[in-house]
Design a protein around this ligand. Sequence first.
Ligand code: ADP
Ligand code: MG
Length: 586
Amino acid sequence: MSRRLLLLAVLVLLAAAPLLLPDFYVTLMNYIGLASIVTLGLVLLTGVGGLTSFGQAAFVGISAYTSAVLTTRYGISPWLSLPACLLLTLPISLFLGFITLRLSGHYLPLGTIAWGIAIYFLFGNLEILGKYSGIAEIPRLSIFGWSLGGGRQMYYLIWAVTLVALLAAGNLLDSRVGRAIRALKGRTTMAQSFGVDTNRLKIILFVYAALLAAMSGWLYAHFLRYVNPSPFSLNASIEYLFMAVIGGSTQVWGAIIGATLLTMLKEWLKDILPRITDQSGNYEIVVFGLLIVLMLHRTREGLVPYFSALLPAEKPVLARPTTPPLPARVQPQRGEPLLEVEGATKRFGALAAVSSLSFEVRAGEVLGLIGPNGAGKSTVFNLMTGVLAANEGEIRFRGERIENLSARAIARRGMARTFQHVNIVPSMTVLENAAFGAHLRGHAGVAAASLRLDRPEEALLRHEAAQQLDRVGLGKNLFDQASTLPLGSQRMLEVARALCADPMLLLLDEPAAGLRYLEKQALADLVRRLREEGVSVLLVEHDMEFVMGLVDRIVVMNFGEKLAEGSPREIQNNPAVVEAYLGSVA
Ligand code: ADP
Ligand code: MG
């Protein structure tokens, strides 16, 4: 059975459910749908983006209360209150995102807890919101005079919203922005080096999740037709987070699995425990907590992988571009100074990792940067690419000073790099990882991606990625998960990713480490071809044989300083170099 058929079967079942199920279960399904929408936001924000929020229920509440007040007090139609709910959530989430997302580590969840609680108490204390007794008699929704008063009618609206939200979120993750979102968790340096504005993206993601919560809140208010503070408390936020984690926080449909499982479990425990224990009291919460801890132990990835295994595999295809190819950069005139480093110094505490270092890379050359371990080579890369700021000195790229620019701005100017310690997104495919490099060559944003309007551009980016992967010998691995590649291939994937940026200057940090002999030969050939095409390369490498046969000039570093500079022959015969470096290796 294909995925399409399975999807169709699920849709038919969902459509038929209210006709077949008793009232109680229809209501339960409505709660599951409402929770799925909120959880979906958390899957994106927390599961994929790595930003933990304990404040999601507050956004549900803000929207539910807004609609309650507008419709009961001011007699505004619920359909008009919906845009009002979303428009109010937008600035609030922007503001909260702005002040909390800058916090890192455990300060971020603590920050969200703080405002989550604050908003909850606001609900309970404001006169206009009916304090702890809430607001009742919220009007029902109706479409063209047809009332959506009953649970069965609301069911279709709630699940339509759920499915559309699911589809849009799935589209989003499978796009240019989606790749950037998937790199937020622990790969921000890499993402910035390819031009992603990670701080902005975090806020966008936060607002996206808040708007989903707001959508759920609006539906909630007109489904229950009564709001009070308790469903919007910290407890509720925690439950949403559990749903996201248990369902499986890397795939969008994990949201539905998590919401279904937890909602059912809670109901079932509420039902069965009093019979077993013969006592009333909220024992279900205790059992519930224990079960969650158990599940977290068993399934760190959530339940999605189990369900994924049941699904029939889908054969991925590479869409053919329908538009003209991506424009390529005009490479600078051969021999013109491309990158100039002048008196650069970087200190880590008392240690000068780079000290008054000066050298230049000319357009069209392959420059080798060598030196023993700890000489400061990778630090030089980080200074040049804006990952680290220099304490002193100037760095110019095509005459423009760049030492104070961000990694993003530098990437835009035409530098692309690989990382000494492989820095790919392991859960993405080889193709997606390579396409990441072309981030700045595309423009489609969140809206275009969610609505699938980005396909022509996306086909171009992927086509470019496939071509560069072919060049580095990974043409057969396009759809493999990147983490399954051997280390040497992962390095080559990094080279392909950097090439996707169409760089003027390519920075390779120990690309040959872990490669086999033939792979090294292929890499050397590739670098030679790039040089012919006018691309300039700065190569950090340990393998002397590899470097000597490939580069035009060499700069030798030792203890952060420049020890020597010259042609490979000059360097090989330089006594200081032989003593400091080559001698110790040979
Ligand atoms: P290389 O790439 O030549 O092996 P690095 O540039 O990685 O050398 O490191 C140069 C020196 O700076 C080393 O002594 C290293 O321990 C130190 N160093 C590098 N990065 C940091 C950092 N982020 N914080 C503190 N020390 C660092
Ligand atoms: Mg290094």
